[in-house]
Design a protein around this ligand. Structure first.
Ligand code: ZN
Length: 79
């Protein structure tokens, strides 16, 4: 295989492969970054609350309840 022979609009096979490698590399970086950011993002269905009994943490914003005293907490949008 001749890597210096033009294969597409004057580009050689070596250049084409290099470009494909760069694109693939950028794509992988993009996927990794996307995964990192989506992992950090908080769910829209949970919210951080502090209960009057002293418990605090994340509960469902649709039907939240304190796991300690069972008091209804949060927005409870599912009401
Ligand atoms: Zn509580």
């Amino acid at each position: 295989m001749d890597f210096s022979a033009p294969v597409y609009q004057g580009y050689t096979l070596g250049q084409a492969l290099g470009l494909a490698g760069i694109v693939a590399g950028l794509f992988i970086v993009f996927l990794v970054l996307k995964k990192l950011f989506s992992g950090k993002r908080e769910s829209i269905h949970t919210q951080a609350v502090r209960c009057s009994c002293g418990w605090q943490g994340r509960i469902s914003s649709l039907a939240g309840k304190c796991p300690k005293c069972n008091l209804p907490l949060g927005d409870r949008k599912a009401r």
